[in-house]
Design a protein around this ligand. Structure first.
Ligand SMILES: Cc1cc2nc3c(=O)[nH]c(=O)nc-3n(C[C@H](O)[C@H](O)[C@H](O)COP(=O)(O)OP(=O)(O)OC[C@H]3O[C@@H](n4cnc5c(N)ncnc54)[C@H](O)[C@@H]3O)c2cc1C
Length: 436
């Protein structure tokens, strides 16, 4: 039995080729993506996930620019595209459902408001998990309870009772990372609440939604409701957004979160009452503050952080997933290229990623500001028409170099990865050659 009464479940033994043993906490996007690359470079990887199984849910997340390139280099382009939402675009509507504005998915070459790789977070996590599960040990329903590092390794005690030693540990356990709290300090030191709350859950598609996303914004209260088509045409994904200067609800107390939503969305027009009516029968509910994680450094000795745990840019940036995918590629590549020396590998990962992360966090903050409720204390809404913004978006989408890590030895004989571009002896120039 694992923690919190969950059944503990393991996939493959993860028995590896004798490379470094790496423990990754969190099996959403960052964790499995990192596991893919670590394994490809020869590490033995264990991923521990607190939830009893892969967590479903979440709105669509986007992959733009370099993140799309990382997916191609993983050989997962076809699998990801097959799971995409196929959204044609978005309409903003008034309270009676009349269309006010339209954004098409192919605007800005597929890197715009609706990216051309747009996939439900849970579906992306599933693709990444399926890709790695036979080569990586996954432990569900457990978490790290204690860890102690010395010059040569990290001793980990799991909440379920196991004790094991690893060469490296990486926290990919999200905004409220426990590993971050254990090693770097309490959440309040790193979390920056951006004054908004978001909730997502799926509902029956009783709204006749086809391939277009609908969004209703109430300018006065700053609240909005959104309905998004998903692959299963019988259902739709709902999102609610509200401004809130503080956030006092426990991020794990789902009942309190639903109460908060009912209370704060009361009186919002359009289809809101019909969407709220499904709060109690939805199989997947997620609500959290819109927050960023800002840290001076993302590693301490043999322990590193990745994804939202290290540098959440918030859903307001639309780039949290992209950062996680790109960060996973760079972190694994730099560690392997440094011969698994943590000081060098983590430092190079950070040097490469820092300005890319900052550009995305800047976009997240600007978008949050543009949605602030008008009032005497509100900061001025940014002027997004300037060239400065185009330049910032460019940096946020493409502003990081993706080395080919051609000098990294890779590891011959890792089953399942033969013939993959970038893998031992296969030139990276074949990177977009298609799926495995
Ligand atoms: C259920 C869910 C729904 C989401 N919905 C959206 C969305 O609609 N839009 C959006 O922009 N972003 C959403 N996000 C956040 C989005 O996934 C991230 O911004 C981005 O993809 C980076 O992911 P990540 O892997 O770093 O972190 P996350 O996706 O937050 O994943 C962290 C993982 O770590 C696990 N975990 C937490 N604590 C521990 C622990 N102590 N030990 C082991 N595992 C632990 C969590 O269960 C989770 O699986 C959602 C996240 C989750 C978990």
């Amino acid at each position: 039995m694992g923690v919190d009464g969950f059944r503990q479940e393991r996939t493959s033994s993860g028995g590896g080729p004798g490379g470094p043993r790496v423990l990754v906490a969190g099996a959403s996007v960052a964790g499995p993506a990192l596991a893919h690359w670590l394994r490809r470079w020869g590490a033995e990887v264990t991923v521990v996930e607190r939830a009893p199984e892969l967590r479903p849910g979440g709105q669509a997340v986007d992959a733009r620019g370099v993140a799309r390139e990382v997916i191609a280099r993983m050989g997962l382009d076809a699998a990801v595209r097959a799971a995409c939402t196929d959204t044609a675009g978005a309409h903003t509507v008034d309270a009676d459902g009349h269309v006010l504005e339209t954004f098409r998915a192919d605007d800005d070459g597929g890197d715009g408001f609706i990216a051309d790789i747009e996939i439900l977070r849970g579906d992306l996590a599933r693709v990444l998990y399926d890709d790695t599960r036979d080569h990586v040990e996954y432990v569900f329903g457990d978490r790290i309870a204690e860890l102690a590092q010395d010059a040569d390794g990290v001793d980990v005690t799991f909440a379920g009772g196991d004790r094991r030693r690893f060469d490296l540990v990486v926290g990919a356990d999200g905004l409220h990372s426990e590993l971050r709290a254990m090693v770097f300090g309490p959440p309040e030191r790193f979390l920056r609440h951006l004054g908004h709350v978001l909730a997502f859950y799926s509902v029956p598609n009783e709204f006749g939604l086809d391939r277009w996303l609908l969004e209703y914004q109430d300018q006065e209260s700053g609240r909005s409701a959104l309905l998004r088509p998903i692959q299963d045409a019988t259902r739709a994904m709902a999102m609610f957004y509200l401004a809130s200067s503080d956030f006092g609800v426990d991020y794990r107390d789902v009942a309190a979160q639903k109460d908060l939503l009912r209370e704060r969305m009361a009186g919002l027009g359009w289809l809101t009452p019909d969407i709220l009516a499904h709060l109690d029968d939805t199989p997947d509910f997620y609500l959290d503050q819109v927050a960023q994680v800002v840290m001076d450094r993302w590693s301490s000795g043999r322990v590193g952080l990745l994804g939202d745990a290290a540098f959440s840019s918030s859903p307001m940036s639309g780039q949290g997933t992209g950062l996680a995918l790109v960060g996973a590629y760079v972190l694994a590549g730099e560690l392997a290229a440094a011969g698994w020396d943590p000081a060098t590998g983590f430092a190079r990962y950070e040097a490469r990623m820092r300005s890319f992360v900052e550009a995305n966090q800047e976009i997240g903050r600007l978008n949050a500001r543009s949605r602030a409720v008008p009032g005497p204390d509100a900061e001025p809404v940014p002027d997004f028409t300037g060239e400065w913004f185009t330049e910032l978006v460019g940096r946020a989408i493409n502003g990081v170099e993706l080395p080919e890590y051609a000098g990294v030895p890779g590891f011959k004989g890792v089953p399942g990865y033969e013939g993959v571009p970038g893998y031992a002896g296969v030139p990276d120039s074949a990177a977009s050659a298609g799926p495995r």
